[in-house]
Design a binder for this molecule. Structure first.
Ligand SMILES: [Zn+2]
Length: 77
């Protein structure tokens, strides 16, 4: 029996917030992104293997990693 499995990585925008960027020092919009890694069997996602959060400056593209707690704190504001 042949079983085809693999990994798939997806990125989605959770929300957009305003903040100041540590790189370009412009106060503007930042998008909060969620990256998930999924285990696939026959190209169908069956379980999430990892989840990471990022904040990306829309002015310069600087991306910083966030913890889940930081992401929740930003979403509550
Ligand atoms: Zn920036």
């Amino acid at each position: 029996m042949l079983i085809i499995f693999g990994f798939k990585r997806t990125m989605k925008i959770l929300f957009i917030r305003s903040g100041s960027c540590p790189r370009c020092r412009v106060a503007g919009p930042h998008q909060v992104l969620e990256q998930t890694g999924k285990l696939t069997v026959f190209f169908i996602p069956v379980s999430t293997t990892r989840r990471r959060y990022y904040s990306e400056c829309l002015n310069c593209g600087e991306r910083t990693q966030l913890s889940r707690r930081q992401k929740d704190a930003l979403a509550a504001v």
